[in-house]
Each structure stands twice: as structure tokens, then as C-alpha cells.
Design a binder for this molecule. Structure first.
Ligand code: COA
Length: 260
């Protein structure tokens, strides 16, 4: 499938995915969701890519939501599949097996907020605005917002934002823990690159397993989670990167990880 609504490039082992419908504030229509599905399936199995950065084209929006023109056509026969398809795309991103950074450069509303929530690390420009305004349209979030926002900022806060549709500016998003950092818009990609650069310089098996273990904390009880952590910790000690990392420390030099 030719990419019409996404831009994609790989540079220095980082995959850059840009939602590219700036005239519609990068709203996610079906074509864009299909392209995201296709692209992230390729990224998942492309060993050249160690970290992914997702952002929106233009200066105004990350993604201003699902495409309301398409939403308007939904009925009770089509809408369940519509939501499940979107959820599957965002599950694919969350379970990609490599870190995904959302560089939120403006409006992240509805499906845009849900896309950011499915990414592993979120950073924002000072003009970023988050929100789940679906109630204004007579619907509820359908691409994971009720579940991921509640897990991230707690149920009471999520209920308020989802039931009022209130916007969350960058400072508030930082205070709530939705974003890790706020930067001036012109520095956002540079800072995303810095984080990606740090991550890709580490042993990649450890990165992958650490991501897996940490994400699992949302689904497992403490006993199960600690069991998983011990198993994955043990797996790491079978890697060349573990020997290299510990030897390098003892020899007072920088490690040269090979991802093996
Ligand atoms: N779906 C489809 N089109 C959208 C859209 C969406 N979610 N969000 C913005 N657009 C389109 C607008 O219709 C407009 O298109 P047009 O120029 O052909 O009329 C264009 O993007 C620019 O948006 P506009 O509303 O003119 O920009 P603004 O700066 O006045 O307002 C927002 C920005 C984000 C506040 C406003 O666009 C908005 O409320 N969007 C919908 C947000 C939403 O409810 N998202 C959740 C959907 S589930």
C-alpha cells in the first residue's frame, strides 16, 4: 500500500512516522489507520529500526482525532468493528516490541490522544493540547482512551476529562504524568532524537525485555509481574551484551553492544 497520509523514513536506526493530513489537522481517517497498520507491521519486523518516533505534520496538530466526517456515517452495525480495528492498530503500536516515542506537536484529541497513549514515551511541545472530547459528539472514546487514560492518570481524573471533554494543556498534561517533558516546538524533534539516541545505544535485548516487563505491570498482579521480571532478568544474563556491559564497566571502558 502506497503511503498517502503518512510519511516514513529511517535514519540512524530510528523510524520516523509522521501523520500527514495537515489540512485536516492530521485526523485519522480509515485510509490513515490502514496505513498505520501496514507500516507498524513492517516496522515491527525491520531489525534496522531500534526506536520509533511518531509525530504530526504541520505546526498545529499531532492528530485532532478520528475523522469526524467518517464517524458521522457509523451506525450500530459498523461501529463495533470500527472501534475494534482502531484498537488493534494501537495495540500493535503498544506491543511493537521496540520503544515508540510520541512527539506531540499540537492538538492530540480523541484518537490523537489515544494514539499518544498507546506510545511508550510521550513528550510535548508547549502548544500541545490533549483531550478526549468524544462526548461533544455524542460518543465515547473508542480507540482505547477510557482504558489507557484511566490507567495512566487514575480513574477519577480520567472520568472527569472524558465526561467533560475538557482540554488538557501541556503544563497540565505534564502535571498529570501524561507527558514526560515539555519543550519549545522547535526543539521537540531534537529532544525526541536525544531520547531515542540514548535508548538505541543500550543493549537491545535488554531494552526489549525491559519494555516488555514494564508494560506488563499494567496487566499482571505483583506476584506474576515479579515472576516475569525474574525470568526476563535471567534471559538477559544469557546474552553477549550482558557480558560486554559488565566487562566494560569493570575494565572502565564504554560497552560495544551487538544486540546478541
Ligand atoms: N475530523 C475531521 N476533520 C477535522 C477534525 C477531525 N477530527 N479536526 C479538524 N478537522 C478539520 C476541520 O474540519 C477543518 O477542515 P476544513 O478546513 O475543510 O473545514 C480543518 O481540519 C481545520 O480545523 P478547524 O476546526 O478549522 O481548526 P481550528 O483551529 O478552528 O480548531 C480544533 C481546531 C482541534 C479545536 C477543531 O478542529 C476541533 O475541535 N476538531 C475536532 C476535535 C475532536 O472532536 N476530536 C475527536 C474526534 S473523535
Amino acid at each position: 500500500m502506497e503511503l498517502q497520509n503518512l510519511m516514513f523514513e529511517i535514519e540512524n536506526e530510528i523510524g520516523y512516522v509522521t501523520i500527514n493530513r495537515p489540512k485536516k489537522l492530521n485526523a485519522l481517517n480509515s485510509r490513515t489507520m490502514d496505513e498505520l497498520n501496514r507500516l507498524f507491521n513492517e516496522i515491527k519486523y525491520n531489525d534496522e529500526i531500534k526506536v520509533v518516533i511518531v509525530t504530526g505534520a504541520g505546526e498545529k496538530a499531532f492528530v485532532a482525532g478520528a475523522d469526524i466526517r467518517e464517524l458521522n456515517e457509523l451506525d450500530m452495525n459498523s461501529s463495533r468493528t470500527f472501534a475494534q480495528k482502531g484498537q488493534a492498530v494501537f495495540n500493535l503500536i503498544e506491543n511493537l516490541g521496540k520503544p515508540v516515542i510520541a512527539a506531540v506537536n499540537g492538538f492530540a484529541l480523541g484518537g490523537g490522544c489515544e494514539l499518544a497513549l498507546a506510545c511508550h514515551i510521550r513528550i510535548a511541545s508547549t502548544n500541545a493540547i490533549f483531550g478526549q472530547p468524544e462526548v461533544n459528539l455524542g460518543i465515547i472514546p473508542g480507540y482505547g482512551g477510557t482504558q489507557r487514560l484511566a490507567r495512566l492518570i487514575n480513574t477519577g481524573r480520567a472520568v472527569e476529562y472524558i465526561l467533560t471533554g475538557d482540554m488538557i494543556d501541556a503544563k497540565e498534561a505534564f502535571r498529570l504524568g501524561i507527558v514526560n517533558h515539555i519543550y519549545p516546538a522547535e526543539e521537540l524533534m531534537e529532544k525526541a532524537n536525544e531520547i531515542a539516541g540514548k535508548i538505541k545505544s543500550k543493549g537491545q535485548i535488554a531494552v526489549k525485555l525491559a519494555l516488555n516487563a514494564t508494560l506488563s505491570s499494567a496487566d499482571l498482579n505483583l506476584k506474576e509481574g515479579l515472576n516475569l521480571e525474574a525470568n526476563l532478568f535471567s534471559l538477559c544474563t544469557g546474552t553477549k551484551d550482558f557480558k560486554e556491559g559488565t566487562n566494560a564497566f569493570l575494565e572502565k571502558r564504554s560497552p560495544k553492544f551487538t544486540g546478541k
